[in-house]
Design a protein around this ligand. Structure first.
Ligand code: UD1
Ligand code: CA
Length: 484
């Protein structure tokens, strides 16, 4: 099994003295969205969770997230995804990144000696480079270690200003930069590791005397340099891992890149992806070896796919468990279902929540299952609705079978014991039970329980009128004004 992307173990830094602060209080105005920016998702995972997972993977255990805009929603998502592993502090007014860290400081325990600060809108944060940043600061005994990167288009970033010796002396925000500074292409990705004592002492000195009228965390760099030149060290990182999301164009770019990386990772882990066009495999999905995935397949949520599974073109599978050796034919849509070993599903099947397809069972085209257990080796191959049903082993459900599970008020169960044969176009009016090995005659409306081994006829008998066809034909022709 490949592990989900979230679980890649890259911890290289001893925990203990280090805490992480994730800045996630901003509104994200440029997203033009009712949803807080950090809850927009890449590969189905909220942006803020990418940051949380990255700092955890880097070995930081104590993680504080600064929330503000949409805080209830953000806190709910953090709790659901990370439980106790993330604490939150509320920044009621967003007065800048420096202010956000100020708000977090009192929550750090006194023995925290270093603070990693990252943003909640950077889904590609690389855990090993975060760990390297922490290690670099320790090694150099610097007040600040920070990522730097050189980009071809520096617009929007804070620029890194160095002295003649090449030492970092300041970060200048674009709004405050001179024309010469704006031409600098070495920029601030917004990832820092601070000496905690320096932060506690330095942050209260920040002022909002700048173009944005905010407290800039980036001003802490010049404060550190005032203490001593060379107290800020840079770690040059690949621009790709610094991509911050400010609008939906950047979000789409991050999504596209993440999909491609996921496909690569799965291929290397032994999954055949026939054609990656339209394939999306969310970060929490796992997939076994020798599984084959066709074009335009979407695997969402916490879906777990076993080994040697085949998933045909255009399937959309969300929060499902697919056991080994299953075949899902094209264009099937499955949500919160369990498909057991060697079962065959589709094409054009629909599995709704709590559908449980047994080992070796078959669910064919235009068959819908909801809250239904289909037993081992049972078959519903064409055109059926099976809702709130418990179906035993070796049952054959004929084409056009419908469980009438709902009367406009309550939902009722249909039970088909092992070996039952349901003739085509039967209507099973729940609650109803059909005993073992019983037959339902085609076209029946079954309103009463059927005992084991019985044959139920729930239809009117057929009558044949010999020779009547000629008479009917003549009458019809006369009606239409034609000769027969
Ligand atoms: C910031 C940096 C800039 C850097 C860029 C990298 C500052 C002053 N500037 O600019 O040098 O190049 O990131 O992407 O730090 N936030 C809060 N509370 C606030 C303000 C912001 O929590 O009061 C959070 C936001 O939610 C976001 C992060 O801080 O996650 C960064 O804020 P943003 O407004 O995007 O900063 P930039 O202008 O991009
Ligand atoms: Ca930003």
């Amino acid at each position: 099994m490949t592990t989900p992307a979230t679980a890649v173990a890259t911890a290289t830094v001893a925990p203990g003295s280090v805490a992480a602060v994730i800045l996630a209080a901003g509104k994200g105005t440029r997203m033009k969205s009712a949803r807080p920016k950090v809850l927009h998702a890449v590969l189905g995972k909220p942006l803020v969770s990418w940051s949380v997972d990255a700092v955890h993977q880097a070995g930081v255990v104590d993680v504080i997230c600064v929330v503000g805009h949409g805080k209830d929603e953000v806190e709910a998502v953090l709790r659901a995804r990370h439980g106790e592993a993330v604490r939150t502090v509320v920044q009621t007014q967003q007065r800048g990144t420096g202010h956000a860290v100020q708000v977090a400081l009192p929550s750090l325990s006194a023995d925290v000696a270093e603070v990693l600060v990252v943003c909640g809108d950077t889904p590609r944060l690389d855990a090993s480079r975060l760990a390297a940043l922490i290690a670099l600061r320790r090694q150099r005994h610097s007040l600040v270690a920070m990522w730097t990167t050189t980009v071809s288009e520096p617009r929007g970033y804070g620029r890194i200003v160095r002295d003649e010796q090449g030492a970092i002396v300041a970060i200048v925000e674009e709004k405050d930069a001179t024309d010469a500074q704006r031409r600098l292409r070495e920029v601030n990705p917004g990832v820092y590791c601070f000496d905690a004592a320096f932060l506690r002492e330095g942050l209260p000195k920040l002022t909002s005397n700048n173009a944005a009228g905010e407290l800039y965390l980036t001003d802490a760099i010049a404060l550190a340099v005032e203490r001593s030149v060379g107290s800020v060290v840079g770690l040059d990182v690949d621009e790709a891992i610094t991509l911050g999301i400010n609008d939906r164009v950047q979000l789409a770019l991050a999504e596209r890149q993440a999909r491609a990386r996921r496909v690569l990772e799965l291929r290397l882990a032994g999954v055949t992806i026939l054609d990656e066009a339209g394939v999306v495999i969310d970060s929490d999905v796992s997939c076994g070896e020798d599984t084959t995935i066709a074009a335009s397949v979407a695997l969402h949520g916490r879906t777990r796919v076993g080994a040697r599974v085949s998933i045909g073109q255009g399937c959309v599978i969300t929060d499902c468990v697919i056991d080994d050796d299953v075949v899902i034919h094209p264009y099937s849509v499955c949500d919160s279902a369990h498909v057991r070993s060697r079962a065959v599903v589709g094409p054009f099947a629909r599995l709704r929540p709590a559908a449980d397809v047994g080992e070796d069972a078959h669910v064919g085209n235009f068959v819908e299952l909801k809250k239904t257990v289909l037993g081992k080796g049972s078959k519903a191959n064409h055109l059926a609705y099976l809702g709130d049903a418990v179906i035993g082993a070796g049952v054959n459900v004929g084409a056009g079978t419908i469980t009438c599970n709902y009367d406009g008020h309550g939902k009722y169960q249909t039970t088909l014991h092992d070996g039952v044969f349901v003739g085509s176009n039967s209507t099973l009016v729940a609650p109803v039970t059909v005993g073992q090995d019983a037959y339902i005659a085609a076209g029946s409306v079954v309103t009463d329980d059927v005992p084991a081994d019985a044959v139920a006829f729930g239809r009117s008998r057929q009558e044949n009128k010999a020779g009547r066809a000629t008479a009917v034909r003549e009458r019809n022709a006369r009606k239409a004004g034609k000769s027969p």
